[in-house]
Structure formats: C-alpha cells, structure tokens
Design a protein around this ligand. Structure first.
Ligand code: F1P
Length: 346
C-alpha cells in the first residue's frame, strides 16, 4: 500500500494525483455511470470501490463479473466509464469484457498490477497498483493495493466534482496516509491469529458476515479460505443472514464477523447475538478497545480504528492470515493451490 500511495499522495499538503487517468478526469467526472468489471478477488475490490464512489462522488456504480458481462448483451454506451480491475492484467474474461464495452463506445480505465500486461494495453488509461510481484496464486496484497488506487481515484473525482467538503477530503487523505502503519499493526497480530487457527483447522464450513464496507471483506475472507485451505466458506451481508444462512448455524459452524466500529455497528452486534443464541462459534474482527463484542464473541481480533470507507484495507488482513495458517496446518500448498492458475487466460 505504501508503494501504491508513494508519489501520488501528499496528505499534509492536501495533494492527490493519479497521473494515469489525468487525461480522462473530465470524462469520469461527467460519466452517467461507472461500470466496474473484474473476476475473483479483483471483483471484491470493485465492490468496495462501488461503495466509495457512490458515497463520495455521487455517481451511480455497477459492479459485474467480467465472466458474466462478456456473454450477455449489456446496455453500455459512450457516457459510461468502465473500470477493469485485474492483478495479472491477463484474465481472459476481463479482457473480453473490455473489448465488448469498447466496441459500444465506453471509456475504459484499467487498475492492474503487472506493468505492460494485456489489460493495460487494451484500456484507454488507468493506474497501476504497484503492489509488486504476487508470489502466491491467491491475491492478497493486490486486493489492498487495488482498493487504495480506487479510493484515490474516487477522492480525486469527488474533489474535482465538488461533491465532497474540503474538510472531509483532507481528513480522508490523512486517513489514507495512515493506513500502511495500521496494516503493519495488523501483521503483528499474527501469533494470536495462529492460535485461533489451530482451534478451527478441522472445520468443514465457515460463514463470513459483514455489513457496509465490510460486506465485500466478508466475501473476500471466505474466498481466501476456499482458495487455499479447501474449506467450504460463504460470505454474506450480515443483514441477509435472516434470509437463509441462519438455518446453517449450530455449534459446529464458525462464523467470522467483520464488526469494526462504523455506522452499522449496533446492527452487527445484534447479528452476533443471533448467532450466539444458536450456539455458533464467533470469531470477530473488531476495533481496538471494543469491549461490547469482546464480551460476546468466542475470539476477538482487535484492529486499529480507521475511517469506515478505508476499513477494508485493514480488516481483510487478519482474514488473510487466518486462511494462511489454517491452510498450512492442513498441509495445503498456500502458494500453489490445487486447480487454480495465477492468470486465468482461457
Ligand atoms: C482474478 C482471479 C484472482 C484469483 C486467482 C484467479 O485474477 O480470480 O482473484 O486469486 O488468481 O484469478 P486477476 O484478474 O485479478 O489477475
């Protein structure tokens, strides 16, 4: 994240600049709609971006799997700005979706990690994430770097549009600047997360629940566990629990709540109570110093406080570590999971 912010953000001077999209800034600011297309983890980063763009830019955003978009007849045109997100820059579904949107006249921006890869070459403009090489197949730092770039894009556009108060903008820049140190603090939680992982390494199912900005984090936590430990896991918006997944909860179901302090905190506290009433085992990622959830959950993981829009950058880290330790304890190859390829080029 530090590499991604460097040279682009100077929070103390209120400066934020993504050179790669400079020529298209008016086009984006005046877009009728932003359409985000991606696959896998990159799609989850796109969901976080949807919430940030809509909150601060007040531009409607849709997020779609590239693998669906490419095979249907979507309504897309010249006033749409499409953001394609991809770690590898080679994902065949995302490339095909770009070509389709381009043929209908949309402006295409890329958010990719691998410099000179096919997707950045197929787009009109974009920003690299500068996450460095990803050694493992499952995306981890790519996710946080993608959200960092997308948050910068959204703030730049919100500022240009005058859709955000100067004080809110300045505060968000400072918040963004503080993220790398907070992520480092999350990594210090590693020994504690290893102990929790030991208790759940033999589970056969996991549920991940979050609300608001932490909902895509729930999806990503579940995907990471599936990808590297082969445990069945589902991510859901916590508010959807009562519409189905609650039927799954018993004493054998670990439920990971991403329950940091934000606008939906009280609601997620009651979701935790509902799970505890059904004897589910609760692992909760909470904001440092939270005693309310601490007294209800079986295990808590305390992370530093941050602006809720940027919290996914922090709250995902313990979930990545949890998946990592469980996978290692089960003897899985975390760098090269079975059946998965780093670049899905077919
Ligand atoms: C998309 C993706 C990754 C996943 C795996 C397979 O890749 O689904 O999120 O971890 O590597 O591909 P990309 O388009 O972001 O490179």
């Amino acid at each position: 994240i530090g590499d991604c912010l460097r040279g682009r953000l100077n929070a103390n001077e209120g400066h934020l600049h993504l050179g790669g999209i400079q020529d298209y800034i008016n086009k984006i600011t005046n877009a009728d709609r932003i359409l985000i297309i991606a696959c896998g983890t990159s799609w989850h980063a796109g969901l976080v971006a949807e919430y940030i763009f809509e909150e601060f830019c007040r531009i409607p955003v849709e997020v779609e799997y590239a693998s669906e978009f490419r095979y249907r007849n979507p309504v897309v045109g010249e006033k749409d700005v499409v953001i394609a997100i991809s770690q590898s820059g080679e994902t065949a579904d995302t490339l095909a979706a770009i070509e389709l949107a381009k043929s209908k006249g949309a402006t295409i921006l890329g958010v990719c990690n691998v410099v000179g890869s096919s997707i950045p070459r197929a787009t009109h403009a974009g920003s690299y994430t500068h996450a460095g090489p990803e050694i493992g197949v499952a995306s981890t730092k790519a996710f946080t770097a993608q959200i960092s770039v997308l948050a910068m894009m959204a703030l730049m556009i919100a500022h240009k549009k005058g859709a955000i108060k100067e004080s809110v903008y300045r505060n968000l820049l400072l918040e963004l600047d503080a993220i790398p140190d907070k992520v480092a603090k999350c990594l210090d939680l590693n020994p504690q997360i290893e102990i929790i992982s030991e208790k759940f390494k033999n589970a056969t199912n996991f549920l991940y629940l979050g609300r608001g900005y932490n909902f895509p984090v729930a999806l990503e936590g579940a995907l990471k566990l599936k990808e590297i430990s082969y445990i069945h896991a589902e991510g859901y918006p916590a508010a959807e629990m009562k519409h189905g997944p609650i039927a799954l909860i018993d004493e054998n179901m670990p439920v990971v709540f991403i329950a940091t302090k934000d606008g939906s905190y009280e609601k997620i506290v009651s979701n935790i109570q509902e799970v505890k009433a059904r004897k589910g085992q609760v692992i909760a990622v909470v904001t440092e110093g939270d005693t309310e959830i601490g007294s209800m959950a079986d295990h808590i993981i305390e992370v530093p406080a941050a602006h809720e829009a940027l919290m996914p950058l922090i709250s995902v880290v313990p979930l990545q570590l949890l998946s990592y330790h469980i996978a290692v304890m089960r003897g899985c190859n975390v760098d090269q999971p079975r059946n998965l390829a780093k670049s899905v080029t077919v």
